[in-house]
Design a protein around this ligand. Structure first.
Ligand SMILES: NC(=O)c1ccc[n+]([C@@H]2O[C@H](COP(=O)([O-])OP(=O)(O)OC[C@H]3O[C@@H](n4cnc5c(N)ncnc54)[C@H](OP(=O)(O)O)[C@@H]3O)[C@@H](O)[C@H]2O)c1
Length: 351
């Protein structure tokens, strides 16, 4: 008889967690407990457990009664102003979750932690490309290292294993998530169009021309279930990327066509500064087009766009390792962006 699989997904309202929950629901053979402080907006019926994972007491009270968790998918994440400040809260959320579940669920088999291309220092400047999973670490702090060291040490001699996907720029339908390039582009285009402006690339020439990569949130979700349930993947990390590379200059015209605008060359603006005063305009657009009334600062994080569009070096990960072990999914990045823009339109997030 196959054992029942019970997933505990933290970060259920995040772009990664939300798409994973939808995938697990579609698979049909998982029970799912979804953890986040806010209630997740997912189509399928999952058990939502509100908890502040940063607080060990709150975490133990909320999760301590779960006796049948087999897989933890740890997608909770908190952004902090510095790299050093990221370590303690992100490590605390993981440790509180794992240690609570270890005590109550004797059948725990696997803990998946999230990482990303920042593992290779992609956020610090040019790095060795294509990046491979066993490339040397850069000088810390990097909270991904602390998370990996924690699960590696904690799982030693236990019945559970760990894995870590390393995506880059996760693209998928989600609203209210800071690291979401698709909402940055969609809201920026909507505002420019209303102002009668062409769709200028809001970044540097170097970024417009550099090679870049993204990860479809659904493809990522499939890879997460694959690596968490494939014994050969145990205790390893995997680069999980769409499978193609883009240059913004090549995809920008298709984005302009989608929004029915003229594409324009790079205009090295600072989105956080330039878009700071556009909240009232967004509010008018919401009313005029009958859009869902998300607050301006809830729908888009301009500083995240500024980071991406000022990255002047190539971002490339080697995906051979996941392929060699059996994960072959690919998707075209331009097509993915257009699909996600369309889903924002259908869901009345943009006109
Ligand atoms: N997004 C990307 O492009 C990308 C790329 C590479 C790697 N990653 C990695 O993937 C992971 C997930 O990223 P994401 O983009 O999905 O993050 P996100 O959209 O910012 O979501 C973060 C999640 O963490 C939850 N959370 C935060 N603080 C919490 C707390 N104190 N207690 C309980 N839950 C808390 C939030 O839920 P509530 O606020 O509702 O509690 C939310 O569900 C991160 O480790 C990130 O580094 C992401």
């Amino acid at each position: 008889m196959t054992r029942k699989k019970v997933a505990l997904v933290t970060g259920a309202t995040g772009v990664v967690g939300r798409n994973l929950i939808e995938h697990l629901c579609n698979l049909g053979d998982w029970e799912i407990a979804a953890v986040s402080r806010r209630k997740p907006e997912v189509a399928c019926g999952v058990r939502h457990i509100p908890a502040n994972l940063m607080d060990s007491g709150d975490c133990a009270a909320a999760l301590g009664g779960l006796t049948d968790i087999t897989h933890i998918f740890h997608c909770a994440y908190v952004e902090m102003p510095t790299r050093a400040a990221m370590v303690q809260p992100n490590l605390a959320m993981l440790a509180n979750t794992v240690e609570t579940v270890e005590r109550s669920s004797r059948g725990l088999e696997h803990v998946l932690i999230m990482q990303g291309t920042k593992y290779y220092g992609s956020h610090l400047g040019p790095f060795k490309t294509p990046a491979k999973e066993d490339d040397p670490r850069h000088a810390p702090p990097n909270f991904y290292y602390d998370l990996q060291d924690y699960v590696s040490k904690r799982s030693a001699g236990k019945s559970w294993s760990w894995s870590a996907p390393r995506p880059h720029a996760v693209i998928g339908f989600a609203v209210g998530n800071p690291m979401n390039l698709s909402t940055v582009i969609a809201v920026y285009a909507t505002l420019c169009k209303d102002l009668g402006l062409p769709l200028a690339f809001p970044g540097t020439d170097a970024s417009y021309n550099a090679l870049y990569q993204c990860s479809d949130a659904q493809l990522l979700a499939r890879s997460m279930v694959w690596m968490a349930t494939t014994p050969e993947c145990a205790n390893q990390a995997f680069n999980i990327i769409n499978g193609d590379l883009i240059r913004w200059k090549n995809v920008w015209p298709a984005f302009a066509r989608f929004f029915d605008m003229e594409a324009a060359p790079p205009c090295a603006m600072n989105l956080a500064t330039s878009m700071a005063d556009k909240g009232p305009l967004w509010k008018k657009l919401v009313a005029r087009h009958g859009l869902k009334p998300y607050a301006y600062d809830e729908i888009v994080s301009w500083p995240y766009g500024d980071i991406v569009f000022s990255t002047g070096h190539d971002i490339i990960s080697d995906t051979g390792k996941a392929r060699r072990l059996g994960f072959h999914d690919v998707i075209g990045t331009e097509e993915l962006f257009l699909q996600v823009f369309e889903s924002y339109r259908k869901n009345r997030v943009i006109p």
